[in-house]
Write a protein that binds this ligand. Structure first.
Ligand SMILES: O=C(O)c1ccccc1N[C@@H]1O[C@H](COP(=O)(O)O)[C@@H](O)[C@H]1O
Length: 208
């Protein structure tokens, strides 16, 4: 099985459409003002409008005021929400939309416990823990910390790039992979050649 591929942090419609043409299954839109990849609802709506059918639009939030999430949902046709902060299960459910919960992995994290707490999530996204920064850091973590038998689809992220993603897929066998920094020319600026190389590397990494 080839893992689904999410390219996160798109900031313009042309690049998002190109990423979809290259084979991205999902596009991530960051609604987190401190991020260099932050977009507003107007830009996000234009990006969603440029996507072909069967490409999923994912809205990323970090401990956002619920009013902000609702305002975005009123304006942008998001397919899936990604909660990348310390949001409680009730918060994640409150919007009545499919969501995935991000967990920042360090040695003492209990992912089975997380999967039980967020049992209605569509997936558990695992990212590297970096003190003081919620995500999008380009840092990887030790994939051996991931336990077998997680009951939710696993989305692997954190420091993935065209050079390491094949090894990650072979070792972890995730449902999907998610990348931001690793397909950028510089912070916040996507590089189509790196996106193409990343997608090719995922496809070449076979899973029986
Ligand atoms: O992309 C961001 O700027 C971002 C900001 C705040 C939280 C999460 C963010 N991105 C997500 O972080 C992971 C890992 O990204 P990277 O490939 O290591 O740069 C990924 O899930 C992004 O969706």
């Amino acid at each position: 099985m080839t893992p689904r591929i999410k390219i996160c942090g798109l900031r313009d419609a042309k690049t998002a459409a190109a990423a979809a043409r290259l084979g991205a299954d999902a596009i991530g839109l960051v609604f987190y003002p401190p991020s260099p990849r932050n977009v507003d609802a107007v830009v996000a709506r234009a990006i969603c409008g440029a996507l072909p059918p069967f490409v999923t639009s994912v809205g990323l939030f970090v401990d956002a005021d619920p009013a902000l999430v609702r305002a975005v949902l009123d304006q942008v046709p998001l397919d899936l929400l990604q909660f990348h902060g310390d949001e409680a299960p009730d918060y994640c459910r409150a919007f009545g939309r499919p969501y995935m919960k991000a967990v920042r992995v360090k040695h003492d994290v209990n992912l089975l416990e997380y999967a039980a707490r967020y049992a209605d999530a569509r997936g558990l996204l695992v990212d590297a823990f970096v003190d003081g920064v919620p995500g999008g850091t380009g840092a990887a973590f030790d994939w051996r910390l991931l336990p077998p038998g997680l009951p939710l689809p696993l989305v692997l992220s954190g420091g993935l790039d065209p050079d390491n993603v094949a090894a990650a897929v072979a070792q972890v066998r995730p449902w999907a992979v998610d990348v931001s920094s690793g397909v950028e020319a510089r912070r916040g600026v996507k590089d189509l050649a790196r996106i193409a190389a990343f997608i090719q590397a995922v496809r070449a990494a076979s899973i029986e």
